[in-house]
Write a protein that binds this ligand. Sequence first.
Ligand code: NAD
Length: 470
Amino acid sequence: MTSHLLIPFSSTPVESIAPTVSRLQNTFTSLKTHPFEYREEQLRKLYWGVKDNEQRLVQALKADLGKPYFEAMVTEVDWIGIEILYILKNLRKWAADDKMELPFLHRLVLSPCIRKEPMGTVLVIGAFNYPALLALIPLIGVIAAGNTAVIKPSEQAPNAAAIITRILESSLDPEAYAVINGGIPESTELLNQKFDKICYTGNAAVGRIIATAAAKHLTPAILELGGLNPCIITKSADAKLAAKRIAWGKVHNSGQVCLCPNYVIIHPSLETEFVGAFIQTLKKFFPEGASKSPDLARIVNKRHYHRITELLNKTKGTILYGGERDESKLFIEPTLVKITSTEDSLLSEEIFGPLLPMLVVEDLDKMISVARQVGDCPLALYIFSGEKEEEEKILKNIRSGGATINDVFFHAAIPSIAFGGVGESGTGSYRGKASFDAFVHRRPVVNQPLWMEGQLRMRYPPFTPKKLDL
Ligand code: NAD
């Protein structure tokens, strides 16, 4: 969508990357970022940095993705503020040492605890679809946990990246936090450095590059990936409500959401009602037509526009609604397509756009096997059903990062609930307490009393028969 730059966006010189990381590592070693007062101050400054720049951020998201004001505020700007306040409220409680259960004998003398210690210097790599959210929500956890960090926003959303850079550079301690901008050369140079943890959000192909680079340094990595998220509508479902809720999930950010309902598997008895309600819903959402609506985001760039339209060009399915597109405006109409095969182009990859393929499948076992065939371990699973037993059966038989029953997105919309994938959709999780936990090392510490030496003498060689009680 980016047609113009609101403020200049420039890549960071590659040769400055290693010295920057080294500076942050030195700051970490100096223990500057460890005190709670420091962490809380940085979080408060970040909060106000985002608040002071919220209109600029909203404009940037409009320029990069055509993101509607409401979506920009609710799913990026406000969310970041809520996350900071939530973490500030709970930080000291979460950071307190955990006391351990002990066997009786040990209890007499030892007082072991698990300390939550900062890990070091963390690399956060964000993706374009929620450029502010995906860069800043992990960063909030990184700061709360007492680490230093490099933040690499997505270059595919250059306006947002420029505003994020301005916010971070004007709010946070430059000795502890740095923004690196750019694409593959800059990311590659970053990955040559040794970090103590990496948090990457993006596609699985690059996820494998990140995991390989991390492995060279034995660096643990959180990988927040995507997948082909199924919506399974069983014969006991409320088809009209399912249609409305899935339509909302499909048009949100024009389908450029990792949790987006990717495809529908529906029982034949509900097909007509679902299709009618889906079309009616879209007409209500966009009364003047989607192409004229300011309430529908646009596709991020030409590469993704062509990728998505190619999937539509190649489908063997029947377009039931939509299909309009306009390259000059990077516009793709929300489109419902009835397909008949799992080999269809629309199921060949995560769509990440406003197309919704629909497969009609007779029985529940078949629905489950179709979903398993289409994609292993999606990030989200959506079950529309009126029967607990059906829900349980689907949950047990289809693995996914998270699941919502009778709606979309909600398992990932609650700040206190960890968010992450499994298998192909990623590894590790963050948000709220999970963000704090993700960026601390749980370090057991035991203090052995000096007077225990008498009792401990038996552990030292030589292991004489007397010691062994022979
Ligand atoms: P993108 O193009 O913005 O890339 C993501 C990041 O990877 C960027 O910062 C980019 O600079 C970096 N990158 C690209 N190539 C690289 C390379 N060779 N080496 C190192 N870094 C590189 O976004 P994308 O990957 O197209 O994002 C869309 C995907 O992300 C979808 O699959 C979506 O489901 C997934 N996603 C997941 C989540 C989640 O939280 N699980 C959230 C958003 C998006």
